[in-house]
Design a protein. Structure first.
Length: 343
């Protein structure tokens, strides 16, 4: 029996004790009323108990944070390939933040790398680890620069709307998750409007933002990441030996000075409000094959090694001479599988 049923049985037992005489006898009608009353009381208690209630209906609840951190670790270990830095940094950052009952500011992660290296995938896993409905949760809010903020002349309107959306959603749920995609296409200066929400304030107009999570996704800085990865490869060193310190400072400076980045001369970087700049390394041939294999298995089909190799071979790689890294990462794997398999 589950916890709810055990609770119901315990409540029924306690309710019946006063009715039982020395011989355990009780009037049939009294027994019926007692059982009904005890059941109603127990059921009311179960439904009103937040943790049990949230098994049936999604709600903003922090008591599952430890389980969320464990789920995040498991999913990244099983489904993310070639990104040892991402795995280490994201798990450490999110786990530490979720388990910190006295955070001084919201968590802010900035994910950088080429298309197809896993930025959207990781943000989805983070969302699914915290909320069962993942990106579909009413407590997860996704903004896409070209969709939600398309016109440069409306930037002041966007600033007001953005502040209102964040303020309203955090007021409803302190553990709100905000994902900003295509930061490299966002108008310069727009993201600075949320600077107060990421700063070290205990309250702003009566609202605390310290439990919220902000994730920024961008292609900006991908050249710098590839440059470091290539240097390691050409010197005969393993990509797994690349450290965050090899990337972090150079990446933040590159993004800050990139005029095609929404973080161009941003106060979020200048005031050190981004907790981690997370580099996504370009994916190699072997990582593409891993992506193909997992996608085939996720569809319930037996892996055909010949097809798997052909799909990986069809991808285009760079630099032109060495052909080390997939220029689309794993982004087109799904479409290529549709061509080769009769789904």
């Amino acid at each position: 029996a589950g916890p709810a049923m055990k609770g119901l049985r315990a409540a029924l037992a306690l309710a019946l004790l006063p009715l039982l005489g020395p011989t355990g006898a009780v009037e049939p009608i009294s027994l019926g009323l007692a059982i009904a009353g005890a059941a109603a009381s127990a059921l009311t208690g179960i439904i009103s108990y937040p943790r049990l209630y949230c098994y049936f209906k999604e709600c903003c609840l922090q008591s599952h944070d430890r389980r969320a951190a464990a789920a995040l670790q498991e999913n990244l270990d099983e489904k993310l390939f070639g990104q040892h830095l991402v795995n280490k940094v994201v798990v450490k950052a999110v786990k530490g933040f979720l388990n910190n009952s006295n955070a001084k500011k919201p968590l802010a992660l900035s994910l950088h790398g080429w298309t197809g290296t896993g930025k959207n995938f990781v943000s989805r896993i983070i969302a699914e680890s915290i909320y069962k409905k993942g990106l579909q949760s009413k407590y997860v809010h996704q903004f896409v620069a070209t969709l939600h903020f398309p016109h440069a002349h409306s930037i002041n309107v966007y600033k007001d709307q953005l502040q209102s959306w964040i303020r309203g959603n955090v007021s409803i749920c302190p553990r709100s998750l905000f994902i900003f995609d295509e930061m490299d296409k966002m108008h310069a200066g727009l993201i600075d409007s949320i600077k107060p929400f990421l700063d070290y304030y205990e309250f702003l107009d009566g609202v605390s933002y310290r439990q919220a999570i902000f994730i920024f996704l961008s292609n900006a800085g991908a050249e710098k990441i590839t440059e470091v990865a290539l240097d390691f490869w050409r010197s005969g060193r393993r990509r797994e030996d690349i450290l965050l310190t090899d990337m972090q400072n150079a990446l933040s400076v590159s993004v800050f000075n990139n005029k095609n980045s929404g973080f161009w001369h941003s106060t979020l970087i200048d005031k050190n409000l981004i907790d981690y700049f997370v580099p996504f390394l370009p994916l190699e041939y072997k990582h593409v094959k891993m992506c193909v294999r997992v996608e085939i298995e996720s569809r319930g089909y037996t892996v055909d090694e010949d097809i798997l190799t052909r799909i990986a071979d069809e991808m285009t790689y760079f630099p032109r001479e060495e052909r080390i890294y997939s220029d689309k990462g794993c982004k087109t794997v799904d479409a290529k599988l549709d061509y080769y398999y009769d789904f």
